[in-house]
Design a protein around this ligand. Sequence first.
Ligand SMILES: [Zn+2]
Length: 176
Amino acid sequence: MAIKKSTKTIKTKQTTKKVVAKKKVQKKSLKTATKVTPIASKSKVAPYKKGKKEKYMSAKMKKHFISVLKTWKEHLMSEMQKTFDHLKNKGENFADPIDRASQEEEFAFELRTRDRERKLLNKIAFSIEKISQDDYGWCDSCGDEIGIKRLEARPTATHCIHCKTLDEIKEKQLNG
Ligand SMILES: [Zn+2]
């Protein structure tokens, strides 16, 4: 009995060592993953060049933003699929409960990112819907033009920069 017990202790120690080594590798890969976060590259569509006499939100302009939004959506969806496959494979490979626990941090990080992307996909769908209803590019609060420059940087923007800034100031004041 006593001999059996000591063998067990040694085994546990070895496993712990292994996990520590793995954790180091994980942290490294986590860092790299943060660097290539897809949200930064919203679209690969070239910025719109507005004609001098062109009206704001002309048919051509609307077409441009539809392709910006659709390209962004496709990019997000392929990123989400990649992570889904990645998490699935990992879940299958790490049947050991200790290994599973050491994966938790990375999983939580990935899931938070996916959650953000899901919300973003909803916003993108909403913006595309707005374009089809001729309602895109105008501020929800004051009705002014949101502006091409701002839409190029934030294609899902629903407020002009003035109203957005005002909202943020109000929010800050409310939260002390
Ligand atoms: Zn406004």
